[in-house]
Design a protein around this ligand. Structure first.
Ligand code: ATR
Length: 300
């Protein structure tokens, strides 16, 4: 009898021809990528398996080498490896060069570093708002690794201004300098995360890229009441019932989205690079939401 492709966990038997995919991170146990990719592989009946690997920064070069020697076909990278991987690749995609970070590696004769995070950010946004961000001004909170992909993607759009607000203003300034060669119209404006001084009333899109909210904190300094009524609030963190920021924004009557869509879209782009198959995005998203709800009910 054939297994239900969305039954999880499904037995992973593998065979002599099963091809290896994976994700490197430190930490890695929380990663949803193995679930996403193995569900898609199972649903499409593809002979691959995707495993999480706990790789510390000092072991990254050996891990990349070892994975390749073992015949691995491709891997994702998460915190803290995305920037360090750039120097370990034989070749880089345009998006990886532009972003200065690699989240997807395909291992053929050569190691090719890609970055699918920016694509994931925009694809998820356009699922909800196909018109976004036309012209318009964007306020990004945070200037770390996640902001890097968001800024890189937004620079490819017609967005009018990117206000980049960070607690440590020097990091926002450094990111603006990094992107300066691609930002000939000087659309990126670094600023301190000083709530009273941010241009809330000018923006049509607010993006939270800070790690705040990951553990359910609500202390991100925001003035959502000052956003225009049609502004969109996009938190790239995700949670079973949205995030503290998206819940607060809904309370203000604003349209919102959390990071689940971005997570699945960036995975789908990597999946396509490795397998040349389209990931069943909507089915995977449904499954993740159901799973998160079940986990939450168990915890209640
Ligand atoms: P990631 O790769 O997830 O972006 P990161 O590079 O460590 O992780 O960046 C985390 C981001 O969250 C940074 O913009 C950080 O601000 P600082 O550069 O000032 O550290 C932001 N952040 C984390 N905790 C924060 C807090 N309590 N208040 C405001 N911003 C915070």
């Amino acid at each position: 009898m054939r297994h239900d492709p969305f039954q999880w966990p499904k037995p992973c038997l593998g065979s002599g021809t099963t091809k290896l995919l994976g994700v490197f991170g430190d930490p890695i146990a929380h990663s949803l990528s193995p679930i996403i990719h193995n569900l898609a592989l199972s649903r499409l009946d593809l002979d691959y398996h995707y495993l999480p690997f706990h790789v510390t920064p000092e072991h990254l070069p050996q891990a990349v080498h070892g994975f390749r020697i073992l015949g691995g076909r491709g891997f994702n990278a998460t915190v803290p490896h995305k920037e360090a991987l750039v120097a370990l690749m034989d070749d880089l995609s345009d998006a990886a060069i532009r972003t200065g970070a690699v989240n997807t590696v395909s291992c053929q004769d050569r190691l090719i570093g890609h970055n699918t995070d920016g694509h994931g950010f925009l694809a998820a946004l356009r699922d909800m708002r196909p018109d976004f961000p036309q012209g318009g001004k964007v306020l990004i909170l945070g200037a770390g690794g996640a902001a890097r992909s968001v800024v890189s993607a937004l620079l490819e759009t017609s967005v009018e201004a990117i206000f980049l607000a960070n607690r440590t203003v020097e990091r926002a300034q450094a990111l603006a300098r990094f992107f300066a060669p691609h930002d000939t119209q000087r659309r990126i404006q670094p600023m301190a995360l000083a709530v009273d001084q941010l241009p809330w009333d000018e923006v049509t899109l607010l993006v939270n890229t800070t790690s705040l909210g990951l553990k359910g904190e609500t202390t991100l300094p925001v003035a959502l009441h000052r956003l225009p009524a049609d502004a969109f609030v996009y938190d790239i963190v995700y949670g079973p019932q949205g995030t503290p920021l998206t819940r607060l924004a809904q309370h203000h009557g604003l349209q919102t989205m959390d990071g689940m869509g971005m997570l699945v879209h960036q995975a789908a782009a990597a999946f396509y690079l490795w397998t040349q198959h389209e990931m069943p995005i909507a089915a995977i998203q449904d499954h993740l939401r159901q799973r998160a709800n079940a986990d939450r009910q168990k915890a209640d």
